[in-house]
Design a protein around this ligand. Sequence first.
Ligand code: AMP
Ligand code: GLY
Length: 433
Amino acid sequence: MNILVIGSGAREHAIGWKVAKSSKVEKVFFAPGNGGTRLAGYENLSISMKEHDKLLRFAIEHGCLTIVGPEEPLAMGIVDLFTNNGLRILGPSRDAARLESSKVWAKEFMKRHGIPTAEFKVFDEPEAAKDYIASSKRDDIVVKADGLAAGKGVVVCSSKDEAYSAVDRIMRARAFGDAGNRVVLEERLYGEEVSFICMSDGKHIIPLATSQDHKRAYDNDEGPNTGGMGAYSPNPMIDDKIHDYIMRNIMQKAIDGLRDDGIEFKGFLYAGLMLVDDKAYVLEFNVRLGDPEAQVILPRLRSDLIHYVEHCIDGTLDQAEDMVWDERVAVCVVLASKGYPDAYEKGKVITGLDDINIVSDNYDHLVFHSGTKVTEDGKIVTDGGRVLSIVALDDDMGSAIERAYSIVNKVHWEGMHYRRDIGKRALRYLLNR
Ligand code: AMP
Ligand code: GLY
């Protein structure tokens, strides 16, 4: 079969790389893909993620099974369009994607189904929101724009003044446009933040390997939130007990709750969780694989991803084989453009990639591209905020971190920035355990 991967990030590059290994797959197409997917010999289409009709025609003509990477096409209903036309596609329907595309909807859903999450209130007027903040006993409040805001619509506040200005920025200055029509004001939780991702066929779930993202831009978790500056897998903070708790009280409840509400969820369900004592609370649901979590999870999956993709689409995930995981630790360091996550530079020539020898099987490191493109004279240049994901695998966390940074050191472009502490907290945790 042929596969169409929708998206242009390093997550999509990793998905394409992984499915290309399947004996069932002939060709992998990307819409639109990036410099790395082109260099790797896959075919990049000049169709954007927004052009659903063109994507549909292409998938029909080339007999593609489609895998959707990012949230926007899902929230716009690409899965409904493809399935209504008899095509096979992995991802949730538009209704199911509300779990990510509306924070209000997601919070009310969790409340309705008894899924643990922070206390909250919803407001559609800035004055009412501010009155509530003024009357609140606590100063530490989290302000969340309702709609999609590329991970930037959440402000974690330590004072009431910060919360007032967050409400003004979201609801009055409309920093995220219509995403700020409503806000959620939420109790601030303190604990360890972890990522947990499952595959579901609408009824059954299979957990993927555990992982951890690094959301803040700078070392020691300082600076603004980003899409993610690095990741590792497995996550030692998720022991068997909490794993079991999350599977039963969060992931399965979410899938069952959606089904009770008449919504079938097929695809990757991602919970961003805060571990507090021996419980976990949902900070957010995403309806897709995480980026950069995918870049550390997929290289550890020894089984054929397509096997699970097909079982999800067919509603037979209970019949799928057990997933086999590489025992090694995977660490990913994201290299970003100067300025990211705010306005960033583009068009800088990337050097050093030729010196990184990628072996396709038995790999101990991989490079996935996101914001890159290949110029007419064959140079690789930066073309986005997050540019490259450097992934390394090794027997333990310390060695994987070391290997990842030894590869990072080979790559260069003007203004490149990255965190130097990816995995360090986990390493400390493992040493002190
Ligand atoms: P979200 O998009 O809802 O996951 O929020 C983005 C980030 O804000 C999360 O990854 C957390 O770091 C932080 N955050 C969100 N909600 C809370 C909360 N209730 N308490 C503390 N931090 C939070
Ligand atoms: N890494 C966080 C996300 O994909 O939303």
